[in-house]
Structure formats: structure tokens, C-alpha cells
Design a binder for this molecule. Sequence first.
Ligand code: NDP
Ligand code: 8X3
Length: 257
Amino acid sequence: MLKNKITLITGASAGIGEACAHAFAREGSHLILAARRLEKVEALAKQLIAEYGIKTHALKLDVRDREAVNATVEGLPKEWSKIDILINNAGLSRGMDKIQEAHHLDWDEMIDTNVKGLLWVSRAVMPGLVARDHGHVINIGSIAGRQVYTGGNVYCATKYAVRAITQGMRIDLVGTRVRCSSVDPGMVESEFSEVRFRGDLEKAEPVYKNFPPLQPVDIAETVLFCATRPPHVNIQDVLVMPQDQAAVYASYPRGLE
Ligand code: NDP
Ligand code: 8X3
């Protein structure tokens, strides 16, 4: 079903985006791999070509830069220009400070990446999907877009926004054959916490010690499921949690066995 399709993945240099790249490559999709760390997406691109025989196009892209996003999408080589699937995955969290104590630049970074970045990429790619009357936008939301937790404030707000934007996209796409899904994970072991705590491993590593967290591949398989339903089926949203995490405040501290 994905053979020879073109999938654009933002934030493909690590974690969930990188795992999506493997899952989609395995199914024969050609991949546009975008992130700020070009060396990482280039290395991944080479690996996927060797492993799966697909075509790849690696891009250095900061989703916060609207002009760069537009120029990149408009400037895609002809053979890459007809995108079938967009996975809006690029995202991050910064800090867990109280609103009365947090730094405004952390808020800018989260809002600019998770909300505005997702919008810039969608705005650039969706007209092509609509014109071709075919395609799929898959947004990576979060449990943080459904429940607010201590210190989550602005990060949660960005993921609530992603949830609203996804619902709005679906409404705006009614009458087209373009599908729109969101996949909302609970805790996933990736670079996420290291980025949130700016490389402070003493804070980042314990996040994944209370119970077995999800792995990026778990989310990639869910994204793949959404993308491989028959054309008349749209998986609107999926919430995927670790087995020991029923809700942000209801988890079982099993530890890692
Ligand atoms: P990682 O930190 O492992 O990966 C984040 C990816 O986003 C990286 O590839 C990074 O690439 C990219 N990225 C960040 N900022 C930008 C930017 N400005 N422009 C382009 N790419 C960017 O985290 P995850 O894989 O866990 O996160 C992926 C998504 O999943 C995010 O949207 C996150 O909010 C969401 N999520 C994560 C959960 C978790 O517990 N880990 C749970 C629920 C949702 P680079 O730095 O090279 O630009
Ligand atoms: C990331 C999941 O619970 O750490 O979106 O906010 S959580």
C-alpha cells in the first residue's frame, strides 16, 4: 500500500520520527527526511537505502522558519514534489517550570516548533494534497494534549493546540480524499527528556525508570497502521500509553525488570 509513495517526516533525526522512517521504508515508501541535524538525517537516509532499497531525500529544515519551510517545499526536485503522506512529528519540550517562574524563550521555542512549525509545514504541503485529491496528514500529538500535569503548562498547551488543529484540519478537508489523523503517545523513551532538561541526564534519565516506557517503534507502528487503512477509512486519533501509565497521574511504579 505504501510502495513508491512519498512520505515527508519532520523531526526524522531521532526518536519517533526516525522510527517512523524505518517503518515506512520497510513498507517501500520513499522518504523525505527533515530535521535541523542534517548529518543525522543523511546517515539515516543512507542506512534506509541500503536496508530497504527505497529512495530518500535528506533535508536540513528548521520548522520554525516559515520562509525556509516554504522555499524547501516549493524547491523540492520534481520527483519528490508529489508528497502523499506528511508526518508532522518535529516537536520538543523545554523545562518544567511554573508559569510564574519560567523563561519566555522556552515558551517561544515550544510554541514556535510544536504549533507554528506544524502549521507552516502543513500550509506548505497541504495545497498539493488537496489539488491531487489524495494524501494523508498524520500529526504527532500527546497525552499532554489531553491532560495537563505539574510543570507541563505550556508544553501541554502546545499539544492541546495540535489536537485542535488536527480536528480543524479534518473539518477543512471534508469533501477531499485527504485524510488526517493524530497519534497521541504517553511516555516514549527518546531524546525528548534530554532535550527538555537541556542535556541534564540526572533529570532526564529517571523519567524512564519508573515503569517500562513506550519505545519509538511502538508509535511508528501505530502511525503506519493509520497510513495503511483502506482509502475510505480514516483513523481520527489514537491514544497510546505505556501499560503501567493509565493517565498522567495514574501510573504504577514497577521499575524496570
Ligand atoms: P526526540 O527529541 O527524540 O525527537 C524530536 C525530533 O524533532 C528530532 O528529530 C528533532 O530534530 C526534531 N525537531 C525539534 N525541533 C525541530 C525544529 N525546530 N525543526 C525541525 N525539527 C525539529 O523526541 P520524540 O521523538 O519523543 O518527539 C517526537 C514528537 O513526539 C514530538 O512532537 C513530541 O512532542 C512528541 N511526543 C513525545 C513523547 C515522548 O514521551 N517522548 C510523548 C508524546 C508526544 P533536530 O534536533 O535534528 O532538528
Ligand atoms: C510527552 C509526553 O507526558 O512527558 O508528550 O508530556 S509527557
